[in-house]
Write a protein that binds this ligand. Structure first.
Ligand code: SF4
Length: 332
């Protein structure tokens, strides 16, 4: 089995807001192996991006991490000083954001922005990067952008949405050696180019031997791109399995609801939704945070958060329905 690259343990993230505290991440456990492609799925507002921002240590100032650890290659990111953190980020961690327009600086050319990224990736050692222009051209070429020379002198406003997202991919691959985080990378693109962009990301991480975290609310994208999937709900990882296993036999009622919500082109009526909404993080329900929406909730669900338990080979679920001694109440 490959070595672990990223290991997030019991991560809690809170946000101080007017009149209280939002307890968003509620003990997240998440890991990625070297060279592995992992999906992180869940509906908007469930904490996917907050988890990744905590990993990159780019949470806003009003965020607190009262508990938890984030290890990258065995180093606890939360304990690094700013110089060590810059070295680690520059050498190995990159993120592609969902909105390429706001991810690019409109007043600098693509070449100037790539130049800075390549310099930054050298870390705090002050070591000069030779052939910065060649690295930039090669990254643009690998991102399949036409005429990379001309692209270096272009401003973001001169490019289409699809080209801007490819430029963001070029920024990420110019430096990424360990881990690429793609946060809903196709959300703002036309459907006609979504597939091309996703395939490009997949090909590039495979070629570089890097790991990928694909954050998405689309189960279809996770199914096409990843080897293992985590399902997140209201600040908790509630199910994790190999992608093929999860789609074949989802255990958690929320995952089952998500799969039932996918519209089918082959007919069969309207897709079902999941009634209700994500709880208010200021005052989340005690116990399982899905209980107010769960059709199978029973007494233990409102008392304590269910732990992740093994239900199949490498398949884990956080639900009292599958705890020892509890029969599956859906069949009761
Ligand atoms: Fe539903 Fe209870 Fe399972 Fe939560 S623990 S998903 S409320 S059955």
């Amino acid at each position: 089995m490959s070595e672990t690259l990223l290991d997030i343990k019991n991560l809690h993230v809170w946000f101080k807001v007017y009149g209280g505290v939002l307890k968003v991440l509620n003990g997240v456990n998440f890991n990625v192996k070297i060279g592995e492609k992992v999906g992180l799925v869940g509906e908007a507002g469930c904490g996917k991006t907050t988890t990744m921002k905590a990993l990159l240590r780019v949470l806003p100032n009003l965020a607190l991490i009262p508990e938890g650890d984030i290890f990258v290659r065995g180093k606890n990111i939360l304990k690094l000083n700013s110089r060590e953190l810059a070295d680690l980020r520059g050498r190995g961690l990159s993120m592609i954001f969902q909105d390429p327009t706001s991810a690019l600086n409109p007043v600098f050319t693509i070449g100037q922005q790539l130049d800075d990224i390549i310099k930054y990736s050298a870390g705090s050692s002050g070591q000069k990067v030779a052939n910065k222009k060649n690295i930039a051209l090669s990254a643009l070429h690998e991102a399949r952008l036409p005429d990379p020379e001309r692209m270096l002198d272009s401003y973001p406003i001169q490019l289409s949405g699809g080209m801007r997202q490819r430029v963001c991919i070029a920024f990420a691959i110019a430096t990424a050696r360990d881990l690429l985080i793609a946060d809903e990378p196709t959300t703002n693109l036309d459907v006609t180019i979504q597939d091309q962009v996703l395939r490009l990301i997949k090909d590039l991480v495979e070629k570089k031997g890097a790991s990928l975290i694909l954050i998405t609310h689309s189960l279809g994208l996770a199914r096409e791109t990843t080897e293992r999937v985590y399902v997140m709900y209201a600040g908790n990882m509630i199910e994790m399995a190999a992608t093929s296993l999860l789609f074949k036999k989802p255990f958690h009622p929320y995952t089952q609801g998500l799969l039932a919500s996918v519209p089918r082109l082959s007919g069969g009526g309207f897709a079902e939704g999941i009634p209700g909404r994500i709880p208010n993080y200021r005052n989340p329900p005690p116990g399982c945070r899905f209980a107010p929406r769960c059709p199978y909730a029973f007494a233990p669900c409102t008392k304590a958060m269910p732990p992740l338990i093994d239900v199949d080979d490498g398949h884990q679920v956080a639900c009292y329905l599958y705890q020892n001694g509890q029969e599956d109440r859906r069949n009761a």
